[in-house]
Write a protein that binds this ligand. Structure first.
Ligand SMILES: NC(=O)c1ccc[n+]([C@@H]2O[C@H](COP(=O)([O-])OP(=O)(O)OC[C@H]3O[C@@H](n4cnc5c(N)ncnc54)[C@H](O)[C@@H]3O)[C@@H](O)[C@H]2O)c1
Length: 347
């Protein structure tokens, strides 16, 4: 691995030549989904060069990348996507960009939205400008089903639906999407957007619903349920989410938006009951707490566009949840230093 300095990194790379392997910039690649994507690319795509740009907020963790950091062709750059110079240096010579970097926790956005607007909107703009000037071949903006806002049954959001975000997090992500489309229309940046549903799996920071409840259950701590717990979500395993992003990156149409989800809905209480069953803790740990302000009741996606690219989620929720609980049980040394259970409730 090449680890660049903490300040204004300058990456020493020779100029690109024809026949060189593909070089991919993965921003936010030390976070939950981005690190899965970066590890999978390094493991499975022959000859690919992966450059991770990450500023290592509380949610970024180099341990998420420890299996690939020392690989030839893998470069970690500690830097901020909002910083023009860092973004350009990291992107220089890259064929494709996948932008995972974001502030991602709804509860934090309600308390203080500044960093959300900064990274999720303006950071995206900085990356798009660099992509325009450097002529990258594909720019994939990783977005979320939350940009559609609350979805009344039985509707499922189509990619053409209006954006009705209702939290500072989802409003910032919607701003990033619109910025990406604007650079596509005005400057021809070959933008692709994925809108994934709630994602779970190993290495997720224990403030979001599943890892918070799993780590609290493993420690015998209270399980704080927002409101009546009947909010409905479509849970997508991180491996399936990343496979969807890879499919869109390879076969999506520039300017296109692709929803990624399983099509299965689960009320939060059902997920919590399953965690209780699989960890064997008492249901008396459940505490109903006041609901999150503006909490969306339901997200649901029509994913036929992504499925037409040949992608489909493969991991059944029950199986993925059991495997995730096993991972948190086996990897206490990963999450205990993060202060699990001290965070607010999950998304
Ligand atoms: N987790 C989900 O359920 C979910 C669902 C759909 C879409 N998404 C989207 O996927 C992406 C990744 O989500 P995640 O859950 O892995 O997030 P995460 O919070 O685990 O990781 C975010 C990463 O971005 C980095 N980062 C933050 N600000 C940065 C900046 N200014 N410059 C460089 N790096 C920065 C952090 O250090 C961290 O490593 C986000 O764009 C999110 O909106 C997440």
């Amino acid at each position: 691995m090449r680890f660049s300095g903490l300040q204004a990194p300058r990456v020493a790379r020779r100029p690109r030549q024809g026949g060189d392997p593909m070089r991919m910039l993965v921003t936010g690649g030390a976070g939950f989904i981005g690190s899965h994507f970066a590890r999978t690319a390094a493991d499975r795509v022959p000859g690919v060069e992966v450059v991770v740009l990450d500023t290592l907020t509380y949610a970024g963790n180099l341990r998420n990348l420890e299996t690939v950091l020392d690989r030839p062709g893998f470069t970690f750059i500690h830097g901020d996507i909002c910083d023009r110079e860092s973004a350009r240096r990291a992107m220089d010579g890259c064929d494709v960009v996948v932008n995972f970097a974001a502030e991602t926790h709804v509860d934090r956005s309600i308390l203080d939205s500044g960093a959300f607007v900064q990274t999720d909107v303006d950071g995206t703009r900085v990356l798009l400008e660099a992509a325009r000037d450097l002529g990258v071949q594909r720019f994939l903006q990783v977005s979320t089903d939350e940009v559609y806002g609350n979805v009344e049954p039985p509707h499922r959001s189509d990619e053409t639906d209006p954006l009705r975000p209702r939290s500072p997090y989802s409003a910032s992500k919607a701003g990033g999407d619109l910025m990406a489309l604007a650079y596509h229309h005005t400057s021809g940046v070959p933008v692709l957007i994925t809108r994934g549903s709630n994602t779970y799996g190993p290495y997720q920071y224990p403030e979001k619903l599943i890892p918070l409840f799993v780590t609290n259950a493993l420690d015998g701590k209270p399980l704080p349920v927002y409101g009546d717990g009947l909010q409905r979500r479509d849970w997508l395993h991180v491996e399936d989410h990343c496979a969807g992003i890879a499919a869109v990156l390879q076969r999506g149409e520039p300017g296109g938006i692709y929803n990624l989800g399983t099509g299965q809905e689960h009320p939060n209480l059902e997920v919590i009951d399953e965690i209780i069953r699989l960890t064997g803790v008492s249901r008396s740990l459940v505490r109903h707490v006041p609901d999150r302000p503006g909490h969306d009741r339901r997200y649901a996606l029509n994913t036929s566009r992504a499925r037409a690219l040949g992608w489909q989620p493969r991991i059944p929720f029950e199986e993925g949840l059991e495997e995730t609980i096993r991972w948190y049980g086996d990897n206490r040394s990963w999450w205990e230093p993060l202060g699990a259970g001290e965070h607010a409730r999950g998304r």
